[in-house]
Each structure stands twice: as C-alpha cells, then as structure tokens.
Ligand binder design. Structure first.
Ligand SMILES: Cc1cc2nc3c(=O)[nH]c(=O)nc-3n(C[C@H](O)[C@H](O)[C@H](O)COP(=O)(O)O)c2cc1C
Length: 358
C-alpha cells in the first residue's frame, strides 16, 4: 500500500526550498537568503530552535487536535501567517497575490508588505479573506499610506520598527544586486501623494528620517486600526511598544537581515512573553523552518508564528500551489506533534510542553 497519495506534490519543505533555489537567478536567491553582516544572526535564529526539545506524551489520547485560533479578531485555521516580504514578483510573477490566495485556501492570513510588487488594494481584492494585515514603515508618508490601507478594507496594521534603512547585507553588495525598483513599488504609485515614492526611495538609500516612538505613537493615534509592532527583541522595547499603543508585539530580527549580531528571535521570546504577560498577543518570526519550530515558538510564548523565507520559497517553487503546500506541510507536522505530545488545542501548548536541552 502506498504511504502517500501520488498527487501530494512536494513531500517536504526542503524539497520546496531546493526547487525555489533551482528556479531563481543566483543573485535573487542570494537576496532572499542573505542576512546582514557576517550572517551570525541568521545562523543564531536556527541554532536557537536546536536548543529546545518537545516532551513527548505516550498514549496521549489526543487523536484530533484543534489547531485553530484567532489573532486580533482574525480567525486562523492554524497560528501561521505569512510575513511581509517586498520585491515579491522576483520570486513568482503573482507575488503576494499568490501568497494571499494560498493563505485563503489554508484558512491563514497574509501580512501584506508596503514594499510589495502589488498594491494593498490589489492583494486585498485577490483574497479578501486572507489579506487582513497591512505592513507599513514609519515614514513621512505614513498617513497617506494608512488612508489607502483603510480604504482597501484591512483589519490591522503591522508597523515595522526595525528597518529605518536596510541592514548591511554583504551578499547583495558582492553581487552588485540592483533589482528593478518596480518590484518594490506596488504602493508607491500616484494617488496625489508623491511623498510615498520619495519616502520609500529615502528608506532604500538610507536617507529617510528615522522616527522615534513618540512620533509613531502620535501617527498611530491619528488612525483607528489596531497596530502590531514588528521587530521587537527585548522586553524593554515590548513595554515601549505597548505604551505607544501597540495592540500586538511581533518578536523579529527581520530574518537576520538588520542588526548583526543580534539576539535570535526565539531566544528573545520568553522574556518578552513574560513582560507582555497576556496584555497583547505576541507573534514571532525569524528562523521558522518546520512544524516543530512552530510548536516550540508557541510553547515559548508566541500566539502565532510568521513565515518569511518559507513563503517565498513556496512562491518561487510553484506559485500559489507552492505556498499552499508549504503551509499544509507545516500544519501537518504541527498536528502530528500535537497528537504525539498530547496537546488537544493551541491553548494547551505552554512552556511545560518543552524543555531546554540538558
Ligand atoms: C526577501 C525579503 C524581503 C523582506 N521585505 C520586508 C519588508 O518589506 N518589510 C518587512 O517588515 N520585513 C521584510 N522582510 C522580513 C520578513 O518580514 C520577516 O521578518 C523575515 O523574513 C522572517 O524570517 P524568516 O525569513 O527566517 O522566516 C523581508 C524578508 C525577506 C526574506
């Protein structure tokens, strides 16, 4: 008897990554995979997951775990979202349109990037059930961009607080990588606010004015969508974000692409979760590569986990189908581990589910 149906497609995340790298020009693959500096943060993100084990529970009695949850009122079939990654058409022609459609099929949600190839409105129209959160940079164009996000019908903002300029990414420098700016400009097009394009060009070149928390608190108070602070790595920054009005804290080192060396996201998570203490949901990204990683992050205090490169690999491997298969594989592994560890639902995944390797 065959163990797997013939139409299962990709059997493992690693097959999807290999197909993605095969399909991409060398410099685009490097742009996707690169970290900043010596890439020690990039490596640390992975090493951090390796320091934890899941405690199996034999004869668990759990045969149909419920992976569903909600985040800021958004229902999720599994606590996985896709990260905002800009320049998406470099990885697959339909970029975040395909990512959002895949999320809609899976019952998950997209965080749609400001620096994406398609506008917030286009992505929302492609998959309104999944395109729920819009990522925005704290730049002088903030008010104009948020107005369009609101008009497009998004439920929440995700403000990236760790990227006033791109990190020092050596692989891109060595490759003299100069992608067509158009793949980042889906949201920088004329609506009578030319400052959007200028603010963006400033960010890319490192010349944008770098906001402080007070300025962000004032700008977010001028609008009514709940906002997530993306790029938090210390309990102190989490407190500051909440004091500034954030509705959720997003633990992230931008996939190792900004500060190098910086703390691994997973290492930073427990102290941040303790500091937040249930006042707001906590998200985590940076280094998630498997369903086991999802479970470890949930156990250490995340309410939901976000995938950046994994989603981009799926897109580059097979467009919408590739992203969908990525989410399916993560979900299947998470579900398997929940059965093997006696975890009937997401709320039952706690610090007691895991322990640090001796
Ligand atoms: C190619 C690429 C482009 C990205 N662009 C953005 C962006 O425009 N805005 C943003 O907030 N984060 C951006 N990120 C960071 C991701 O949102 C996310 O934090 C990171 O990919 C998570 O780490 P992971 O790739 O290990 O999952 C980008 C990441 C990649 C790989």
């Amino acid at each position: 008897m065959a163990m797997y149906p013939k139409d299962a497609g990709f059997a493992a995340i690693e097959e999807i990554r290999s197909a993605a790298i095969r399909n991409l020009p060398h410099d685009v693959a490097d742009f996707l995979e690169t970290g900043a500096g010596t890439e020690s943060t990039l490596r640390a993100n992975r090493e951090a997951f390796g320091r934890w084990v899941i405690r199996p529970r034999p004869m668990s009695g759990v045969s149909a775990p419920d992976t569903s949850t909600t985040l800021l009122g958004i229902p999720l079939s599994v606590p996985i979202l896709t990260a905002p990654f800009g320049g998406d058409a470099m990885f697959g022609a339909d970029g975040h349109l395909a990512v959002a459609r895949a999320n809609a099929c899976c019952g998950t949600a997209s965080i749609v990037p400001e620096a994406g190839t398609f506008s917030f409105g286009e992505v929302r129209a492609a998959a309104p059930a999944a395109a729920r959160i819009a990522q925005v940079h704290p730049l002088d164009s903030f008010d104009a961009v948020v107005k369009r996000i609101r008009a497009a019908g998004y439920d929440a903002l995700c403000v990236t607080v760790d990227c006033p300029l791109p990190g020092f990414r050596v692989r891109n420098r060595v490759n003299r990588f100069t992608p067509d700016a158009a793949v980042f400009e889906g949201n920088a097009v004329g609506d009578g606010t030319p400052s959007v394009r200028e603010a963006f060009a400033g960010l890319a070149s490192g010349a944008a004015s770098c906001w402080g928390w007070d300025q962000l608190a004032e700008a977010t108070a001028r609008q009514d969508l709940p906002w997530i602070a993306k790029g938090i790595l210390t309990a102190e920054a989490a407190e500051t974000a909440l004091a500034a009005g954030a509705a959720a804290v997003y633990v992230s080192n931008h996939g190792g692409r900004q500060v190098d060396p910086a703390p691994a996201s997973l290492d930073a998570l427990p102290a941040i979760a303790r500091a937040v203490a249930g006042r707001a949901p906590v998200l985590l990204d940076s280094g998630v590569r498997s369903g086991a990683d999802v479970l470890l992050a949930l156990a250490l205090g995340a309410d939901a986990v976000v995938i950046g490169r994994l989603a981009a690999y799926g897109l580059a491997a097979a467009g919408e189908t590739g992203v969908r298969r990525t989410i399916e594989l993560l979900t299947e592994e998470l579900r398997t581990l929940m059965i093997l560890s006696g975890l009937p639902d997401i709320a039952s995944i706690t610090p007691a589910t895991v322990r640090e390797k001796p």
